[in-house]
Structures are given as C-alpha cells and as structure tokens.
Write a protein that binds this ligand. Structure first.
Ligand code: 1CP
Length: 357
C-alpha cells in the first residue's frame, strides 16, 4: 500500500515545524497567536538551571551536549515559549579556535591577552566544524527533542565580538574598540573580516545540524554612530546575513541602544529586526521599512513590577506591534537575574491569550 509522504513522522515534524507560529511570524505570514520567546530565557532565573550548573564552569557547560540539551529545553518546558534558543555563548567559537578567555561569574567574558595589533589578529585562526563537535551533537539532540518547536541558533556579530577582544572584557564606553575603528581602519578591517568568517562558520554548524532560525546578536553596536556603522560595521554583518540566507532559515538581527541604526540594520538583510525597549515598535516599523518582521520589546525591568503594570505595558507593546508586518514577542534585552520565573510563565500565557485569533 502506498503511504503518503506527509504521513512519515519526519515529514510530519518538518511540516509542523514549518507551520509553527514562530517561523510563520518570521516569514510575516498570519499566525493564530503571537509567538513568544525570551532572550536569555535559559540561565540564572531558573532554579533547575542553577541545579544542573552546580560545580560546572560556564565554558565547560557549553562543551557538554547533555548539559546544552537539558538547559536549552528547560525554559521551553517551564514557560511554554514558542522557540528554544541554543545554550552557548557568543565567545564559544573564539575559545574553540584557541583564544585564551574565560567567562567569569558575575562579570562575563574576560580575554587573557586583548587583541590590539596585527600579530594578535593573525593569531585568530579559522573555525572548522571539527572545532565544535559538541555544538552539532547538541543541535541534533535538540532537533529530535523539540518536535515542532523551532530551535534558534545564534552568534555574536563581529562588532560585539571585536569589543570583547579589544577591550579584554565587558566595557561601558568601548573606547579602545572605537579608537581602533577610527585610527587603524586597516587593522579594524582585518579583525572584522576574521570575525565575520568565524561567525559564519559557527552559524553554519548550527543550521546544518538542524537549527530552524538564527539570531545575530550585535549587543553593543549602539555605541557606534550611523556614519561609522555604514563604513565599519554594516558590510560585515551584511555578508553574514547574506551567506546564511542561502541556507534558507530566517535571520534575526538584534542590537541594544541601536535605535539610530535600525534602518541600516534592516538593510543588512535580516528577515526580522530585534528592537530594544527604547524605541516603540510602531516607530521601529517605520525605521525598518517594509518586508521585515519585528521582535521585542518589553523592558526586562518591567518584570520586577506588580502584575497590573506588566499587563498594561505588555498591552502597549502588542498594540504598537500592530504596525509591524510580523511580530515575535520578546523582551527588549535579556531576562535579568533574579526575575521570578513564574512571571515569565504568566507573561507567555497572557501574550498568547491576548493575541489568540
Ligand atoms: O556563570 C554563568 O552562569 C554565566 C552566565 C551566562 C549565561 C547563562 C553568560 C555569561 N552567558 C550565558 C548564556 C548565553 N549568552 C546565552 C544562552 C541562551 C539564552 O539566551 O538563554 C546567549 C544567547 C548568550 C549571548 C551573549 N553572551 C550575548 C548576547 C546577548 C546579550 O545579552 O546581549 C552577550 C553580550 C554575551 C556575553 C556575556 N556572556 C556572559 C555574560 C554575563 C555576558 C555579558 C557581559 C557583559 O555585560 O559584557
């Protein structure tokens, strides 16, 4: 007896995944409810995360497929979100090619020898899939576990990675980074080219192993003026988004404090532009222009207020989002430590209820 193709379980999963609210919204197709996920949804807000991380340093956790898989699934189980984000960090590919760095608790990435000259740039070698076998293995496990829930792969954008490498760790003003960009454009270009290749290779591993979408985090790009963005940042992010586009997955592009850059970030080629809490989504829709979906943008600080405040501010986000061609609900940046996980569960339900067709 002939069995119809679509009845094969793998094909059924592929069809359900393709039709998931998150992927439909990325493609600006009608949805029966607005999809929700949260940047940094895995991590310190979750007691079950703290339990599995006990005694395991962050970078070691990022190299263990069993832990990556478990931690990625935790927020999906608990919050009922519409997408999972791969548990890793933006500095994992740098570590994988031999950059001496650590992620220090309460601080973030710290680089042993900051990158400030030609020799240091040349020392960053290319990433191959063999450098990150644990990433492909965890993505494959997750694709199996998640069923019709999409997995978002991610990477840091070249500017944000360059900032950690040049400054040596987290920075407020990004002064040394901008000094290299303005004063040593040749060295800047060499570093950005190297990081563009690294980011592309890291994203490719995730998509080829089964990630359904990617997000390019340019978290600190808001430090850059529009003129400098155009000459010194945009070409690199554009090359990444263009080349990943050839793999056929939706691309999300996000920066913090990047309101003045939204038009150019849209030009860089993503399908979805992530917006922080500073720019209302109806204003962002105008800056981004047609043919894009938006993601965002409830201020994460809102989650520390009484539920009535959370509710009214969420309604405002949903209202402003009507101006967008597609909307994925998210916070305007990552979930803060000490956020009550039950509030995120309730928020997910609330957005689903409010937007149900
Ligand atoms: O010790 C610990 O538990 C480490 C805390 C932690 C965690 C849980 C860090 C250190 N990174 C992560 C995971 C992480 N990082 C994810 C996991 C998936 C999820 O979202 O649930 C993701 C997507 C990232 C990406 C990341 N790392 C970004 C981009 C997103 C953003 O928040 O803007 C950035 C800037 C980093 C650097 C980083 N890593 C860790 C910290 C504390 C920081 C920020 C430090 C700084 O302020 O510069």
């Amino acid at each position: 007896m002939a069995v119809h193709q679509a009845e094969h379980p793998t094909d059924q999963r592929a069809a359900a995944l393709r039709d998931s609210p998150f992927l439909r919204a990325c493609r600006r197709e009608p949805v029966d409810r607005t999809p929700v996920w949260y940047m940094r949804q895995a991590g310190r807000a979750l007691p079950e995360y703290l339990r599995v991380r006990e005694g395991v340093p962050m970078l070691e956790a990022c190299r263990r497929p069993d832990l990556i898989t478990e931690i990625t699934l935790q927020p999906v189980r608990r919050y009922g979100v519409d997408a999972a984000i791969f548990f890793s960090d933006i500095v994992v590919p740098l570590k994988a090619v031999g950059v001496d760095l650590d992620i220090k608790p309460g601080v973030g990435p710290v680089i042993a020898e900051p990158v400030r000259d030609e020799a240091a740039v040349r020392a960053i070698r290319a990433l191959t899939p063999d450098d990150v076998p644990y990433v492909a293995e965890a993505v494959r496990n997750l694709a199996g576990e998640l069923g019709a829930t999409p997995l978002i792969g991610f990477a840091g954008a070249p500017f944000t990675l360059a900032s950690y490498l040049i400054e040596g760790g987290p920075s407020k003003g990004h002064d040394r980074t901008k000094a290299m960009m303005y004063g040593r454009p040749d060295l800047w270009a060499a570093l950005m080219e190297t990081l563009t290749d690294l980011t592309l290779a890291f994203l490719r591993v995730q998509v080829e192993a089964g990630a359904s979408a990617i997000q390019l985090f340019d978290s600190w790009v808001g430090a850059v003026s529009p003129i400098d963005y155009r000459t010194s940042v945009l070409p690199y992010s554009r090359r990444i988004l263009d080349e990943i586009g050839e793999l056929g997955v939706p691309r999300i592009h996000f920066g913090v404090g990047a309101g003045e850059l939204l038009g150019q970030m849209s030009e860089a080629g993503a399908d979805v532009v992530g917006v922080d809490w500073r720019v209302p989504l109806d204003v962002a829709a105008k800056r981004v222009g047609p043919g894009k979906a938006l993601q965002g943008n409830l201020d994460p600080a809102t989650l520390f207020t009484p539920w009535s405040v959370i509710e009214s501010r969420t309604r405002l986000v949903l209202d402003n989002a009507k101006a967008a061609e597609g909307h994925i609900f998210n916070l305007g940046h990552g979930v803060q430590p000490r956020t009550d996980p039950d509030v995120l569960t309730r928020l997910t339900e609330f957005v689903h209820e409010q937007t149900a067709k």
